[in-house]
Design a protein around this ligand. Structure first.
Ligand SMILES: [Zn+2]
Length: 73
């Protein structure tokens, strides 16, 4: 089968930058810097990523490990 690279979802890369006036960093509460939104700095981005990785955030959605990939049809 042809091995095509995954196509980017339409609009994912061309979404217009929306100014978030008054937006606050969810980590430290300081004003958001557009370059790092929705955070104020790369550091806060890392902190947020750490929350995800450590399971501090619950992710509603499909339960993991319920489906056996071998049985996929
Ligand atoms: Zn911050």
């Amino acid at each position: 089968m042809p091995d095509r690279p995954p196509a980017a979802p339409p609009g994912s890369a061309t979404r217009p930058e929306r100014a978030q006036r008054g937006a606050r960093c969810p980590i430290c509460g300081r004003p958001v810097v557009p370059a790092h939104r929705p955070f104020c700095s790369p550091r806060c981005r890392q902190v947020d990523l750490g929350h995800w990785l450590t399971g501090s955030y619950a992710i509603p959605g499909e339960p993991v490990g319920e489906r056996d990939p071998d049985l996929e049809d």
